[in-house]
Design a protein around this ligand. Structure first.
Ligand code: HEM
Length: 129
């Protein structure tokens, strides 16, 4: 049997569904981020983020089956990601992570998720302002 992954340990699909649902609920009401999203419907963006995170943490590889190599920095080139956008993105993500209960996400798993998101948001920056 395959090794148990982080994805399994934190509750699998249901946890990533809840995480991205809260994240995009926050994006929808964020005045910095909302204008960056080209589509009226945030549903497709939410699904891409969910698939990416599930794959990154050892879940199904649907993201790459549909989208190929993530190349996330390249995919963010059309949008200016400076410190204001980074901080807005992280605020939404921290709210999303905080919404997951302690039974689902214990302290070490919670910290691993936070550390990754902070690193990823930092590395997505493509503008000093
Ligand atoms: C796509 C903004 C950071 C993962 C997008 C899109 C925008 C955006 C506007 C296009 C929406 C769409 O998919 O239709 C930002 C901003 C960030 C940020 C302002 C600030 C730091 C991140 C980070 C990650 C991430 C840190 C991963 C941990 C993704 C993914 C997509 C995406 C997976 C879809 C890529 C695809 O087309 O397959 N982002 N993003 N983003 N973002 Fe971000």
């Amino acid at each position: 049997t395959p090794a148990r992954t982080f994805y399994d340990e934190v509750g699998g699909a249901e946890t990533f569904r809840r995480l991205t649902a809260v994240f995009y609920r926050e994006v929808a009401r964020d005045e910095v981020l909302r204008p960056l999203y080209p589509e009226e419907d945030l549903g497709p963006a939410e699904r891409r983020m969910r698939m990416f995170l599930e794959q990154y943490w050892g879940g199904p590889r649907t993201y790459s089956d549909e989208r190929g190599h993530p190349r996330l920095r390249m995919r963010h080139n059309p949008f200016r990601v400076g410190p204001i956008e980074r901080d807005a993105w992280l605020r939404c993500m921290h709210t999303a992570i905080a919404s997951i209960d302690d039974d689902t996400l214990d302290a070490p798993h919670r910290q691993a998720l936070i550390d990754y998101m902070e690193m990823a948001a930092q590395s997505m920056m493509n503008s000093p302002i």
